[in-house]
Structures are given as C-alpha cells and as structure tokens.
Design a protein around this ligand. Structure first.
Ligand SMILES: Nc1nc2c(c(=O)[nH]1)N[C@H]1C(S)=C(S)[C@@H](COP(=O)(O)O)O[C@H]1N2
Ligand SMILES: [Mo]
Length: 320
C-alpha cells in the first residue's frame, strides 16, 4: 500500500464523469439501438456502470437511523472512482477493469465448524435477510477516509444462519479467485485469494455489516459486488470484497495483508490515532470529499459500540 501523497486523492477529470452523464449516454445508446458505429463514435465506451442487476428491485432499502454520520456523505462520483481492489490493480483507478467481474451466478460457501454448512446463491441469500441502509465512516490504513451509505444486512444474520458450533472462535472470509478476469491475480507474488478474518464476537457485533448495495442501488463491481464486508471501526483492508466463502474455525485466520507484511498489517487493525503505522502517522486522515485533514478518532469514532470487545486484551496488537 502507498502512503497518501499530496492531493493524490484528486481524480483526473476523465475519471470523474458524473453519473448523470453516464446515464444519459446509456439512454442515447439504447435509443439508437446500439449500432457499432455509435459505440465507435463514443470511443468504444461501454454503458457498463449501469448494468442490469437481478437484485435491483430490492433497492433502495429503508435507512436505519441508528447509524448516523458526523460528516457529509462522500459523493458517488468520488467513491466509485477511487478504490482499493488489488485483484484489478494496485492503484486506485480500477473501476473500469473491475467491470470484468462476473457477479451472476455467485455462489457463497458457508463451511467449517457450523451446524448448517451450505452453498447458497447470492439471490437466495438475499431472500433470507432484511436489507437496510446505514451511513458508515470508512478509514483506510493509508490515512484517507470517506462516508458511505451502504445497504446490506448484519453479518450476525449470516452467522445465525450458519449456526456456529461451540468450538468456533473465528470467521474466515475469502474473495473469489479468477485470474482470467482479475488481472491483479496474475501477479503471483501476492497470496491470492484475498482473505480476512474476525473473531465471532466481532462478527456478531451490531456494526459488522455485509454490504450488497450502495447509494440506494445494487453494489457496483469496484466496491466488491455482490457481497463485501464493512467493519467501520477497523482499517479498511479488513472490509473484504466480493466474498465467496465464510468458514467457521478455531484457528485465527491469517489475512492477505498480514501474510504479506505482518509487521505493518495485523489481525486486529482497529483504528487508533495514537498508534502509528510503522511508516506513517495515523493521527489524522484526509477526507475524500474535499481533501481536508481531520483528526483520526479511536475506533474510527465507534468506541461506544466496540470498545468492550477488547477488554482484557491489552497484550494483543489491537491497533495494527
Ligand atoms: N478483495 C479485496 N478486498 C478489499 C481490498 C482488496 O484489494 N481486495 N482492499 C481493501 C481496502 S485497503 C480498502 S480501503 C477497501 C476499499 O473499499 P472501496 O474501494 O469500496 O473504497 O476495500 C478493502 N477490501
Ligand atoms: Mo485501505
């Protein structure tokens, strides 16, 4: 991961096309019956960002007002063009490349130490849960931040569905593996697939949220469609994207970044302004909306909900 450089959050003009322009172009394409000549005339641009999604009818979901923000929502035109998704490249402009991801069919495996192991299609899973919208802060370990209206359901609901056995202590999650569509996965020095893990206590905390949508629509691919995690009190790399497997285990999972560099990216990764990353300070963060610097908050401002999870664990590297 890179240290954020001065104004590195700023998007080149060509990447920041507002959504209504995309939609208009799409309407134009549809109206003209999509002849090759017109596509060529638009520089071969695909209307990919508005692709049909079979779950579209589920959005927008009602907002749960219990989850409030202390700042403005970050506009979609910024969050949709500034992403970390190493499967599609180790830079922020992966949105276009990520459109290659095939999100149907999408099977999710639930296995390991649980009473109801199963393989379930994403649309069947969506029938078993209640979707709601939550406004969450997001703090990347690289010291930039955003505020996002995620739609999804509590990770605790999936845990309940699985019925973990008494011996299960951790939940391990895995991203898809498909180097044919994800060019980043052809970089063999990375330990693909992306893996993350949490304790069962963390997984069932009310804040742990499985995300299926954003901005009142199905999740666009660059955010980790069709199913990604949001753990707003932890550094962003814990919020694993495009999940295909949930495994209940009694062994602490080793995550993708921990495997690459455990001295810099640990298992816990709770946000703390007073514990610097080995190569940079975490005291403040740069807000994607306007590039302003703000003080980092302990547990990213969610201490009331999560501080109790870590009582009596002072010996652990909780903030790295
Ligand atoms: N599979 C996968 N999940 C991932 C990542 C990734 O590279 N691959 N990057 C993480 C990091 S570092 C961050 S900050 C967030 C970024 O989410 P966003 O692109 O929706 O802002 O996704 C996280 N989840
Ligand atoms: Mo991140």
């Amino acid at each position: 991961m890179n240290i954020i450089r001065k104004r590195s959050w700023e998007l080149p003009e060509s990447m920041a096309t507002p959504e209504h322009v995309f939609l208009n172009r799409r309407a134009v394409l549809a109206g003209m019956a999509g002849t090759g000549a017109i596509l060529a005339g638009l520089g071969g641009m695909r209307p990919a960002f508005a692709e049909e999604d079979p779950s579209a009818g589920l959005y927008p979901a009602p907002r749960n007002e219990a989850f409030k923000l202390d700042r403005e929502i970050t506009p979609e035109r910024l969050t949709s063009r500034y992403n970390n998704f190493y499967e599609f490249g180790s830079h922020k402009q992966i949105a276009e490349a990520a459109q290659a991801l095939k999100i149907r069919p999408w099977e999710v495996v639930i296995d390991g130490l649980c009473d109801n192991p199963q393989t379930i299609g994403i649309d069947d899973l969506l029938k078993k849960v209640q979707l709601e919208e939550r406004l969450y802060r997001h703090r990347c370990v690289e010291a930039w931040s955003m505020a996002v209206p995620w739609t999804g359901f509590a990770l605790a609901d999936l845990v309940r569905l699985a019925g973990p056995k008494a011996e299960a202590k951790y939940l391990r999650m895995e991203t898809f593996l498909d180097p044919d569509t994800a060019s980043g996965q052809r970089a063999t020095w990375y330990p693909w697939p992306y893996v993350e893990g949490v304790t069962l206590a963390e997984a069932t905390n009310e804040l742990a949220f499985l995300v299926t949508g954003v901005y009142g629509k199905p999740l666009a691919k660059q955010y980790g469609a069709p199913l990604r995690l949001a753990l707003p009190w932890k550094y962003g790399f814990k919020s694993i994207k495009s999940i295909v497997r949930f495994s209940f285990t009694d062994e602490r999972p080793v995550s993708f970044w921990e495997e690459i560099q455990s001295a810099e990216y640990g298992f816990w990764a709770n946000v703390n302004p007073e514990v610097p990353h080995p190569r940079w300070s975490q005291a403040r963060e740069q807000f994607l909306n306007d590039g302003s610097y703000r003080p980092t908050l302990l547990f990213n401002g969610y201490g009331e909900q999560v501080a109790d999870l870590y009582k009596g664990m002072e010996g652990e590297r909780l903030y790295l």
